[in-house]
Design a protein around this ligand. Structure first.
Ligand SMILES: Cc1cc2nc3c(=O)[nH]c(=O)nc-3n(C[C@H](O)[C@H](O)[C@H](O)COP(=O)(O)O)c2cc1C
Length: 287
């Protein structure tokens, strides 16, 4: 902007000099030829000067406004993100990591919400979305453990054939719960068998949909650098599959199911857990 003003002023100054040096006599002759007396010549000169002034003003205005116009920024070429490679790397990073490898830190509830929001995008026949998740934060886990232990106290005849078997199982449950207490959250993995009564699918399809949602949980957990694993809770399977458990979790249909839990916690370094799966080519046939 400042440069433009200097150029315009310089231009006027130069024009003035040139006019004085070379055009003075020409202007005089021009005025004489067009006007009869000095008064008329003066009028004509003033007209000429005003015309020149207005022209210079217009040109200056044009130059100044043009120079102020925003020059569109050149678009930086965005590096192309290879989503397929990113997904592959998360899939390969995904591992089942049990509480013995968690540190004591807690995961933000917001992260758990995000993980479950992603779980909710799983494929589901008929858009039935049969998955249901009940989340226990570490501070509240005891309520769940107490329910399970009480269940075994009240139903030991149903579950076990002998006192010895019962003692062994209760001990195992205690040990497991102690281990799981290191988790930041546990997410109970449930299925509503008739989530959409207008579109009833075979049971296996609804189980598969829930399993797909659990895979999403696994992947987002890995992407966030947390550790987690699907625990079938086989050690407490009698309680897990009981009517009382369904009632406790507000699952109102007898065919609703609990598929254990996703146990989750923070780890210091997820990258140290690796597993090389068997050769996929041996499991694939192209026809
Ligand atoms: C349906 C299902 C149930 C599982 N239940 C358990 C379990 O009860 N305890 C356990 O330690 N791991 C369980 N896992 C995790 C597997 O043990 C784990 O996927 C397997 O060891 C392969 O390891 P990776 O997941 O790290 O690749 C389960 C996995 C699936 C798919």
């Amino acid at each position: 902007m400042n440069n433009q003003i200097i150029y315009i002023a310089g231009g006027i100054f130069l024009l003035n000099g040139v006019l004085k040096k070379y055009a003075k006599d020409y202007i005089k002759d021009f005025l004489k030829s067009r006007a009869e007396d000095q008064d008329q010549q003066l009028d004509l000169l003033v007209d000429l000067l005003i015309t020149c002034f207005v022209t210079i003003l217009s040109c200056s205005y044009y130059i100044l406004t043009q120079s102020n116009r925003e020059v569109p920024q050149q678009q930086q070429p965005q590096p192309k993100i290879d989503e397929s490679k990113i997904l592959e790397s998360i899939m390969k990073k995904r591992r089942s990591i049990t509480p013995k490898d968690y540190n004591d830190q807690l995961i933000d509830d917001q992260d758990i919400h995000h993980i479950l929001e992603c779980a909710n995008t799983a494929p589901t026949h008929g858009k039935n979305e049969p998955w249901r998740f009940i989340v226990y934060k570490r501070e509240n886990l005891n309520a769940f453990f107490t329910f399970v232990k009480d269940w075994y106290k009240q139903n030991s005849q149903k579950a076990f054939n002998s006192d010895e078997e019962r003692e062994k199982a209760i001990k195992q449950i205690d040990n497991k719960f102690q281990e799981i207490s290191k988790a930041s959250h546990i997410i109970l993995l449930c299925m509503k068998r008739y989530a959409n009564e207008k579109s009833v699918m075979p049971e296996w399809e609804e189980i598969a949909a829930v399993a797909s949602s659990v895979q999403n949980i696994y992947l987002q957990t890995a992407a966030k650098g947390f550790g987690g694993y699907w625990s079938s809770m086989t050690f407490a399977r009698h309680a897990r599959d009981s009517k009382e458990m369904r009632q406790f979790l507000n699952l109102d249909h007898d065919e609703d199911r609990v598929f254990g839990s996703f146990v989750i916690g923070k780890v210091d370094d997820l990258s140290k857990f690796t597993r090389i799966p068997g050769d996929y080519k041996k499991k694939v046939e192209f026809r």
